[in-house]
Write a protein that binds this ligand. Structure first.
Ligand code: IVH
Length: 691
């Protein structure tokens, strides 16, 4: 009997939706809008409601989540799911390659002097899953379990849109078990945690735990709401009349053609040098990847050689996991100190038993604020999980409750500033307590001085943390103006300060009198006024006097200055003490003005008008610079752009005209691509600037 037109339409919708799922979840390149996609699914649901007898297992309606289970069934794997041996340093990799090479040479499968060819790919930090397809149709999904037996999570697996319910392409095997990792992208993890927090539910510690918690849900509707992903890296049982490929890399491509996402970063390389090269390349961009990885996996590429090498106990001889230094480690929380910042913010800092994490030894980690400590239920004496990823400052993620001693002490916030004993306050809507001592507080004076001397402010070389502390402690510097009253003799009298270094400091201080207005404004440490805002204020007002006298409206006319920043600026200049210091600084020779092109007035000039040599190609355009440039530093390139009349901001939005991406550009480049913002490389930028 011929299919009715309606039934044909349904079949076509299945195909169409499958293709969109693939484009969206596997290729990360959607071809229709979410709304259009939803309307296709709605159409399917409507037809199926009329004709439930037509519903096929591959229908998108079958991803919606089934009735909650009471427990997962145990399933014995058709082919055991083994594990990988680990390597931690170059020596381990050399040894791995030597063992495999020796073995293959002994079997005359590798010639003397010949290097083994490997596939190198990411080691995903998620959960291993086995997906069983019979005649191309997904029939079961199981967790790894103990490697021999796992749990049947089919209902949950079906809700993951990057897992095809039906394989696509040619030569579909009779039986194919696809193995890979279920994980959560970092962006989805942060969104999930924000939502959890709003609901007052404990956040997940990391994307891996979030993925595990989401997959091991008895209610598959919960899994569905969690946006999990699947990346394929291998296979289990395979019954096929044709050989799918001769190599690991060829098999991965087959899996991709069947409809799976595979490691976006992978390479076929030769010998140890090739492996280590790949490792280093990925290590450098680890933080910018959309998901967590915990290392690189190397596999001998030729399947025949894999077979010849075989397995030893429960791991293959043909593969190795080259682990990165762990980004998360456990250690003892010995105490909680309170640090006073430049603006008086009191930050609880964990005092930790030293622990090697993310490649360095960590002894302190931020705990953010008292609410965070309470929410995470962190107590002194706990064993805690510490995370340090990339250049991000280390933080305490969570306590390990199983290891909590009976005498673990809950944290109590101090009643007064631990440094100056002034009262502390916590403004409504703010998470932090602040010392009210202002510049009476020694800690705030020290931090303000460190900030003022920093590179992007007055750039006083040699004035670091230790010296700032000494100068404040000896009461030689009570305000920024005092810095310019120091003498070589008084500085030389300080501990560990010889006449030479004292003179160097004096020279650096003298040099700072030539500071640019933007850096000077930044140096003042006005709350909410960062580098970019300082620069905008400098170009807009042209002098400190003009800035100090600006009305709230005038301030808010500057781009990116909202009510909070405007108020903070006015508050700063209303303070008598600050006026006094600025006055004294001017008398001491620090009164920078914005350098304008001759003939351009200093009042209310917009960025474009104040450009020193405007260039029509970039005039008034907004740029974001990211990644490492080779001809210039990013600051230099930004300065060139500004001189040509462009605006340079730090985050990518729809208003951004161009993103200039250097080497190892990460999230900003991705964001630009998402938003369809034009991306330039350095040469294109040079061309645009006519250089
Ligand atoms: S291959 C015979 N490739 O690492 C073992 N495993 O200890 C086959 N993993 O639990 C594993 N990324 O889930 C392989 N690209 C990758 C992987 C990977 C992550 C996990 C896997 C397993 C563990 C191995």
């Amino acid at each position: 009997m011929a299919m009715s037109e309606l039934q044909q339409e349904l079949e076509q919708l299945y195909q169409e939706i499958m293709a969109h799922d693939y484009a969206y979840h596997v290729k990360d390149a959607p071809t229709i809008s979410d709304a259009q996609y939803d309307s296709l699914v709605q159409r399917v649901l409507a037809i199926e409601a009329e004709h439930p007898e037509w519903i096929k297992p591959e229908s998108p309606s079958q991803r919606v989540g089934a009735a909650p289970l009471t427990m997962f069934e145990t399933v014995t794997h058709a082919v055991p799911m083994l594990s990988l041996n680990n390597g931690f340093n170059d020596g381990d990799i050399v040894a791995f390659n030597r063992r495999a090479s020796d073995r293959l040479r002994a079997q005359h499968l590798l010639m003397a002097g010949e290097e083994i060819e490997y596939l190198a790919e990411l080691k995903f930090d998620g959960l291993a899953i086995n997906l069983r397809y019979e005649k191309g149709r997904l029939i079961q999904g199981t967790t790894r379990g103990d490697g021999m037996q796992g749990e049947d999570v089919t209902e949950n697996i079906r809700t993951i849109r990057s897992i095809p319910l039906m394989l696509t392409g040619d030569e579909i095997p009779e039986v194919l078990e696809v193995r890979g990792e279920v994980l959560m992208h970092k962006a989805d993890f942060h969104k999930l945690n924000e939502a959890q927090e709003k609901l007052g539910i404990k956040p997940f510690v990391n994307p891996r735990n979030a993925a595990a918690g989401s997959l091991r849900q008895l209610d598959s509707k919960v899994t569905r709401s969690r946006h999990l992903r699947f990346y394929a890296y291998g296979w289990g049982q395979l019954e096929s009349t044709v050989a799918l490929a001769q190599t690991q890399s060829g098999m991965l491509e087959r899996l991709r053609d069947f409809g799976f996402a595979i490691s976006p970063e992978r390479a076929v390389v030769k010998g140890v040098a090739g492996l280590l090269d790949f490792y280093q390349g990925i290590e450098a961009k680890r933080a910018a990847l959309p998901f967590d990885i915990d290392g690189i996996v190397y596999k001998v590429n030729r399947l025949a050689l894999q077979e010849a090498l075989g397995f030893v106990s429960r791991a293959p001889r043909f593969a190795l996991a080259h682990k990165f230094p762990a980004e998360e480690m456990q250690t003892l929380l010995e105490g909680i100190d309170i640090q006073v910042g430049r603006t008086g913010a009191l930050t609880p800092v964990a005092r930790l038993k030293p622990v090697f994490v993310g490649g360095v030894t960590v002894t302190n980690a931020t705990l953010h604020n008292e609410d965070e400590i309470r929410r995470k239920d962190i107590r002194i004496g706990d064993t805690v999980i510490v995370r340090r990823a990339g250049d991000v400052i280390p933080e305490v993620l969570a306590p390990v409750l199983d290891l909590r001693p009976e005498d673990a002490q809950p944290f109590t916030m101090v009643q007064a500033c631990p440094v100056c004993h002034s009262s502390i306050e916590r403004l409504p809507g703010e998470a932090v307590w602040r010392c009210t001592g202002g510049l009476f507080c020694r800690a705030q004076r020290v931090q303000s001085l460190i900030h003022a001397a920093s590179r992007k402010a007055l750039d006083i070389e040699g004035l670091g943390d230790k010296l700032a502390e000494l100068l404040v402690e000896k009461e030689m510097v009570k305000s920024l103006a005092d810095l310019y009253r120091l003498t070589a003799a008084s500085v030389a009298s300080l501990e560990r300060m010889g006449p030479k270094s004292a003179q160097n400091l004096m020279d650096a201080i003298e040099k700072s009198k030539g500071v640019k207005l933007a850096n000077f404004i930044y140096a003042l440490g006005i709350r909410h006024v960062g580098e970019t805002t300082a620069r905008d204020l400098a170009t807009h007002f042209g002098s400190i006097t003009a800035l100090a006298q600006a009305s709230r409206e005038e301030l808010q006319a500057v781009e990116d200055v909202g009510p909070a920043i405007a108020e903070s600026i006015q508050h700063f200049f209303a303070e008598e003490h600050n006026q006094q210091v600025i006055h004294e600084l001017a008398e001491l020779g620090l009164n920078p003005v914005y350098e304008l092109r001759s003939g351009v007035a200093a009042t209310g000039t917009a960025d474009a008008a104040s450009a020193s040599s405007p260039n029509q190609a970039v005039l008034g355009k907004t740029f974001v610079l990211t990644g490492a440039l080779s001809h210039w530093t990013r600051d230099e390139a930004a300065e060139l752009l500004r001189q040509a009349g462009a605006k340079v901001t730090s985050s990518v939005s729809k208003k951004t005209d161009y993103v200039v991406a250097g080497a190892d550009a990460g999230s900003k480049l991705r964001r630009a691509e998402e938003l369809g913002v034009t991306v330039l490389d350095e040469d294109a930028l040079k061309a645009l600037l006519g250089l």
